[in-house]
Design a protein around this ligand. Structure first.
Ligand SMILES: O=C(O)CCC(=O)C(=O)O
Ligand SMILES: [Fe+2]
Length: 354
């Protein structure tokens, strides 16, 4: 199957014409019934772009969209709290807790990231007293988070199940069998707030990467996410589609598929430098002790892949440069556009004027 490099639509961003990459839309309703055409389609999406929209507008899916609206309201309240309140426990574990703005490298050279994030893991929300900052530790907020996680779990498991079927996997070999609900995993709900970042900012965006996860289910109503589909040189935007989540394959599923699936490279830039951007990413991850062969040819556990890659994410730019490139990009090969780490011209002009 040919890679997706065709550009039919563009958008103006910081004085440049940038692609808006077309992505296929998979129907959640049809996947629920394992309709053969939809099962084939989701397989094709994973083998080519590694990204697709999940249309959740039918009656089974729209309840999850409502859950995400409630989560966004919760996030806006949480992120408005003081740093002290938000950071009460700091980052308890890589998949649990709060990360302030600037914890990782940013999207352009010599910058730090431009987002803060609170992660609540699926395992943690089920504990009697989950580790949550006091501002969220009330029954209404905990219910909102729990409902959100449960809905995302059903949606991602539905996709995973269709992929097992499409790959002809049976019994214990099916992907779901390494994602059992009662087994420990680093599956988590990441709630992100990108601060307004004029491009002169030292804190800007989200560095380019592939996801550690099996599948990522992303909810955002705002522009900013860019992908570089396999075979494409340039980063281009993903249009947020009302009623649709954005789904991408992560490294773990790429490895489990024997490298047949694409773990697409992506990043986040400030589309509108004056706006606050909110996004919710559910990272469905394999059970910690699941084994796979990674991009370095090592036979390792999902837990080890997660921990090593998380360390690479949070390492300094110099440290990242020394790590095997497979860490940040899951072994995906890329043809780099030399401009991609340079703040765009308009941004630099602003910097000169300021
Ligand atoms: O905020 C977004 O739109 C994407 C975030 C992302 O790529 C991630 O958290 O892995
Ligand atoms: Fe990501």
């Amino acid at each position: 199957m040919a890679p997706i490099t065709k550009v039919e639509e563009t958008v103006q961003w910081t004085g440049k014409t940038v692609p808006v990459y077309a992505m296929e839309t998979v129907s959640f309703e049809s996947l629920l019934s394992q309709e053969p055409a939809e099962v084939e389609k989701v397989l094709r999406c994973c083998e080519t772009a590694g990204f697709f929209y999940l249309d959740m507008r039918g009656i089974d899916g729209r309840r999850y969209l409502e859950d995400q609206q409630n989560t966004i309201a919760l996030m806006k309240r949480f992120f408005a709290a003081s740093l002290e309140e938000k950071n009460q426990y700091g980052l308890v574990a890589p998949h649990l807790g709060y990360e302030p703005v600037g914890s990782r490298t940013g999207v352009f050279s010599d910058t730090k990231d431009g987002y803060e994030m609170i992660k609540v893991s699926r395992d943690e929300i089920q504990r009697d007293s989950p580790h949550l900052p006091e501002v969220l530790k009330n029954s209404a907020d905990m219910k909102t988070i729990e409902t959100s996680i449960a809905g995302c779990n059903i949606a991602t498991k539905t996709i995973l199940s269709a992929l097992s079927t499409a790959m002809g996997l049976t019994g214990a070999k099916r992907f779901e069998n390494s994602h059992r609900n009662a087994r420990p995993s680093s599956t988590t709900l990441a709630m992100m707030h990108y601060i307004p970042s004029p491009a002169t900012a030292q804190n800007i965006g989200h560095q380019k990467h592939t996801d550690i996860s099996t599948l990522t289910l992303l909810f955002t109503e705002q522009w900013g996410l860019q992908i570089r589909p396999p075979g494409a040189k340039e980063f281009g935007f993903v249009r947020p589609e009302p009623g649709c989540a954005i789904v991408n394959v992560g490294d773990s599923l790429r490895f489990a598929s024997g490298m047949k699936f694409q773990s697409c490279i992506h990043r986040v830039v400030p589309f509108d430098p004056t706006e606050h951007r909110y996004s919710i990413a559910y990272f469905l991850r394999a059970e910690d002790d699941t084994m796979f062969t990674d991009s370095e040819g090592r036979y390792i556990t999902a837990g080890q892949w997660h921990d090593e890659k998380f360390f690479a994410f949070t390492d300094s730019a110099e440290g990242q440069a020394m790590a095997p490139p497979s860490m940040l990009l899951g072994g995906m090969v890329e043809e780099v556009d030399p401009e991609e780490l340079i703040a765009p011209q308009v941004i630099r002009d602003v910097a000169v004027e300021a």
